[in-house]
Design a protein around this ligand. Structure first.
Ligand code: SF4
Ligand code: SF4
Length: 396
């Protein structure tokens, strides 16, 4: 609850300017808070007269009663395989849980998915909750959200991680809203500091990285971008526990019916986030024939062509090829950049790549700060030389 003391207010208007929601107005030289206050807290510390006070009603949560790191698994292709992001989250979840001295659980909801239990355990889970039903064969909010909310309420995990996928981005906020929890979306980094989950994500258009904590509620929840975290090498000797989740779903009561899923056309035959080698071009190759040279290099290397945002904006490449904060996050074994300066927004989407090679004529380009190998010069000369060398090596 927010209160403003008219007696203390000296009418300086600092709070009026500070309120991002425009709910503070001046009346008779005194500030008045109208409807729509979100309790964001921006005004309180700025008031020189200490006229504003926000009383936060902390939920009476027994924080110590919550334990364990949970990963919400996703499958694709009508349960044919577990999505890679699940293994990435298990890798990070394992690290967080070991730091906390807690366990890792994976929640696997779907149709005919129990066959994946061992794989999840081999990748770091101590415990797998398995819920199966034909109604769970595709992600539907009304089926998944009540199940997840019920499990969280019953088992009280300390941390819950979701992939920042279409399903994860829909499911996580629904759970957060239903349980009145915080949620940090699109994280690119997670760690434990003072016992709390430090959730790092780009903010203000990627110009800063924000560290977010959720000290008052449990579980702490985050969605995490695919291709950011590293999955563990599977250990086939790991053992774990399987817990069957009873599922009774009346799909006829759903307000939303999933009729058809239409896949977007991809660049080439491989998805940009599923390939080991990406040759990416930026402003420096946005010229006649620039991307054709990169296609040739990508073909020689057995990879695909990606690009920075400017190449999409200028109409040289489709949006699906864009790597970066507003495009796809990738972590291939080789990320070869040509004519990309390396803005923070682009780096966010590719800096987890195993090996980064940069070609740019500007020696001061930021991309060279994260590149493992850098070549300064004109790509018209350098890239064909690479292509010739790759072809020569392949012919040996
Ligand atoms: Fe009054 Fe404080 Fe607002 Fe200034 S900042 S107008 S003193 S409430
Ligand atoms: Fe505005 Fe935030 Fe202050 Fe509420 S707490 S009055 S929304 S600045």
């Amino acid at each position: 609850m927010i209160t403003l003391s008219p007696e203390k207010c000296i009418g300086c208007k600092k709070c009026v300017k500070a309120c991002p929601f425009g709910v503070i107005v001046m009346k008779e030289k005194k500030a008045v808070i109208g409807d729509g206050c979100t309790l964001c807290g921006a005004c309180e510390p700025l008031c020189p007269a200490e006229a504003i006070s926000i009383e936060r009603v902390e939920k009476n949560v027994d924080l110590a009663g919550y334990s364990g790191v949970w990963v919400v698994a996703e499958t694709e292709g009508l349960q044919q395989k577990v999505k890679n992001v699940t293994f990435e989250l298990l890798g990070k979840g394992r690290e967080l849980a070991d730091f906390l001295g807690q366990s890792v659980s994976c929640v696997l909801l779907g149709n005919d998915v129990a066959k994946f239990t061992d794989t999840l355990i081999h990748h770091g889970a101590d415990r797998v909750f398995v819920g199966e039903s034909a109604a769970l064969s595709r992600y539907v909010t009304e089926a998944f959200q009540p199940l997840m909310t019920g499990l969280i309420t019953q088992y009280k995990p300390c941390v819950v991680l979701f992939g920042a996928t279409h399903a994860g981005r829909d499911l996580a906020p629904r759970i957060a809203a239903s349980l009145a929890l915080g949620l940090t979306a699109d994280c690119t980094g997670l760690s434990i500091v003072d016992g709390l989950l430090l959730q790092t994500r780009p903010a203000f258009g990627g110009n800063i990285m924000a560290d977010i904590v959720c000290p008052y509620t449990r579980p702490q929840m985050a969605t995490v971008r695919p291709n950011v975290m590293k999955k563990l090498d599977p250990n086939n000797h790991r053992t774990g526990v399987t817990i069957r989740v009873p599922v009774t779903i009346d799909a006829s009561a759903f307000r939303v019916k999933l009729k058809e899923i239409i896949d977007s056309p991809q660049t080439g035959s491989m998805k940009i986030d599923e390939t080991d080698i990406i040759v990416s071009g930026g402003r420096g190759v946005c010229c006649d024939g620039g991307f054709a040279i990169l296609e040739e290099l990508a073909n020689a290397l057995g990879g695909v062509v990606g690009c920075s945002r400017v190449a999409v904006d200028l109409g040289f490449k489709p949006k699906l090829a864009q790597v970066g904060q507003s495009g796809t996050t990738v972590s291939p074994k080789l990320y070869f950049t040509v004519g990309i300066s390396g803005s923070i927004q682009h780096q966010v989407g590719m800096k987890s790549s195993d090996v980064i090679v940069a070609v740019n004529k500007d020696a001061a380009a930021p991309i060279f700060q994260i590149a493992d190998f850098g070549v300064v010069g004109d790509f018209h000369e350098i890239v064909p030389a690479f292509i010739a060398e790759v072809k020569k090596m392949k012919s040996r």
